[in-house]
Design a binder for this molecule. Structure first.
Ligand code: FES
Length: 117
């Protein structure tokens, strides 16, 4: 996983992250003062909080499988479509952020999207 923080704001609240071609697996970025993960998930790009909503573990140390992000601390997992945590865990959903692809460039909206979408 790339641990190279990026911090570039644009006026409309969308931040250019990198060329889509450069996203391999996951990368960590800094957007509007927040550390986020940008994840290539089975043909889709997902942006989410880096900190686990359960007990703040670094999800950048976790792994992605079958559309879910697995936390390295307690092994709960989050659905990358809506942020929902594994059933039975006392935790809010993972925070997701809006993503758009324009001209082969990944952009992330600086505002949280639907919490757990
Ligand atoms: S800290 Fe992530 S599941 Fe507990």
């Amino acid at each position: 996983m790339c641990a190279k923080p990026i911090s570039v704001d644009d006026e409309a609240g969308w931040i250019p992250i990198c060329d889509l071609d450069r996203l391999k697996g996951e990368m960590i970025v800094r957007v509007a003062g927040r550390d986020l993960l940008v994840i290539w998930n089975d043909g889709d790009v997902v942006a989410c909080a880096r900190a686990c909503p359960h007990e703040q573990a670094d999800l950048g140390l976790g792994h992605v499988a079958a559309g879910r992000l697995f936390c390295p601390r307690h092994a709960a997992s989050f659905d990358l479509r809506d942020g929902a945590i594994t059933a039975g865990w006392p935790s809010p959903p993972l925070r997701l952020y809006p993503v758009r692809i324009t001209g082969g460039q990944i952009w992330i909206g600086s505002e949280e999207s639907r919490s757990g979408r």
